[in-house]
Design a protein around this ligand. Structure first.
Ligand SMILES: *Cc1c(COP(=O)(O)O)cnc(C)c1O
Length: 453
């Protein structure tokens, strides 16, 4: 095997590769195995967040590697205009066979941003085919993230990520309030009343834009990086779907971070008692082995296409990429065979209990929330008033560093409160995480927060 050259911090910082920051050198990872990353300098880090909630069957899983390399030896690339591969066909069947009548087709692309872009276009074309050409407005929620390409960014309520681009973001994208009880449910309100208020807000927004102009409502079933694992109050998605149906507005759920098994069911919406018109997924679907994201499409939308041009007017060079399909298929087989969704639920319950016992009592921990193996910790200056820290302190990032120094990687974020202020970290280990690994994660998190204090 070819050994890689040791790079000093200075060499990384001044290298030809454009990193996320011109002023900060990322760590060079030499190899990854199971739950651990091994850095060039010998440091071992427990990957407590699977990068951005991507890792689902561990790093360097030999079965996934074999499936991808076998596929590479058979056929890696074909253009989908003329060809398909059995591996992509098989993955499509495997993913949707259990959802007869709810999902009729799936479309594979590479990134989550591409999947949401495809969803925006699919929705637009669905109405276009019916002659409803004015339905080209979209509603999403504040403090949401739907991707970095322009339509995903236009949907996103992540103010900081939008900031430099506000002037090229289309005005056809609108936002309503998030379903975020910890910060936005009034003390005088019950959960049900809060849900009703949010449903009314959506209805009013649709009426204001004009129902004949609104195409879809986009939401993350469990919110990811922007607010850290916020689940909606009970009944929220049912109430929202009712409003959407009333005005012929499609419901699109973005499960790029929370889906593909992360919350204990393949789709997070299975726990909400609804079926959306379109679902997007990514991250854990390809599990870090090959870029894979998907758009799951209901029979209603497919019939809309069929009764029109019968062809989705959106193609990508690398759509249904065979290597990604091979990775996705191997991952689904492992999850099924090893009962990993049950492990997500069991270990998730254990993680919740430990976080609530050991981390929630800490002075600056305001809230702990999540589902399955998807947990967020929000930091506040004052637990009673929920006052946030000064944004310039970058509290989430600093706490992340302290936890990292104790050997565990977590995913930091900011803007939790309103898109700018507010700090959190996200914990999202691989679906095969063990009790011992959770003990190590929670120990490093509570000690890292104490170090910060
Ligand atoms: C990560 C993410 C995206 C974007 O996916 P990329 O693969 O980074 O393009 C979109 N929506 C949500 C909810 C995400 O977490």
């Amino acid at each position: 095997m070819e050994g890689s050259k040791m790079m000093s911090n200075e060499e990384v910082l001044t290298s030809k590769l454009l990193h996320r920051s011109l002023g900060h050198a990322p760590n060079v990872v030499e190899r990854a195995q199971g739950a651990y990353l091994y850095l060039q300098d010998g440091t071992k880090v427990l990957d407590g967040c699977g990068g951005a909630a991507v890792i689902s069957v561990g790093h360097s899983n030999p079965e996934v590697i074999k499936a991808v390399s076998d596929q590479l030896n058979r056929v890696a690339y074909i253009h989908t205009g003329d060809y398909t591969t059995s591996v992509s066909e098989e993955l499509a069947n495997k993913l949707i066979e259990k959802y007869e009548g709810k999902i009729s087709k799936v479309y594979f692309v590479n990134s989550g941003s591409e999947a949401n872009e495809a969803a925006v276009k699919l929705v637009t074309q669905y109405f276009y085919e019916q002659g409803k050409t004015s339905k080209v407005h979209f509603i999403s929620r504040k403090q949401s993230y739907h991707g970095n390409c322009l339509s995903g960014l236009s949907l996103s309520g992540h103010k900081a990520r939008r900031l430099p681009y506000e002037n090229i973001i289309s005005s056809q994208f609108h936002q309503v309030g998030p379903a975020f009880e910890y910060r936005y449910k009034l003390d005088v309100e019950t959960s049900d009343e809060y849900v009703q208020r949010l449903a009314t807000e959506l209805e009013n927004e649709i009426l204001e834009i004009g129902p004949e102009n609104v195409a879809a409502f986009f939401a993350e079933t469990v919110v990811g990086a922007t607010t850290a694992c916020v689940t909606a109050p009970k009944g929220y998605f049912k109430a929202i779907q009712k409003v959407c149906n009333k005005y012929d507005v499609l419901l699109v759920l973005d499960e790029i971070m929370c889906g593909s098994g992360r919350t204990g069911t393949f789709f997070a919406w299975e726990q909400e008692g609804i079926v959306p018109d379109i679902t997007t997924a990514g991250k854990a679907l390809g599990g870090g082995y090959s870029p894979l994201s998907a758009v799951f499409i209901s029979p209603k939308v497919i019939e809309g296409l069929r009764s029109g041009t019968s062809s989705f007017n959106n193609g990508h060079t690398y759509q249904s990429f065979a290597l990604s399909s091979a990775a996705g298929l191997a991952i689904q087989r492992i999850i099924e065979r090893d009962g990993l969704l049950s492990n997500v639920l069991e270990m998730g319950a254990y993680l919740e209990e430990k976080l609530k016992q050991e981390v929630l009592p800490l002075k600056i921990v305001g809230d702990i929330r999540g589902r399955g193996l998807f947990w967020g910790i929000e930091f506040v200056k004052d637990k009673k008033t929920l006052e946030t820290f000064d944004t310039s302190l970058k509290v989430g990032y600093k706490i992340h560093d302290f936890i990292w120094n104790r050997g565990v990687g977590v995913y930091p974020g900011f803007g939790t409160n309103d898109g700018f202020s507010g700090d959190h970290i996200l914990i999202a280990p691989s679906f095969d995480v063990t009790k011992e690994q959770i003990d190590i994660i929670v120990d490093a998190v509570s000690k890292g927060i104490a170090d910060f204090l």
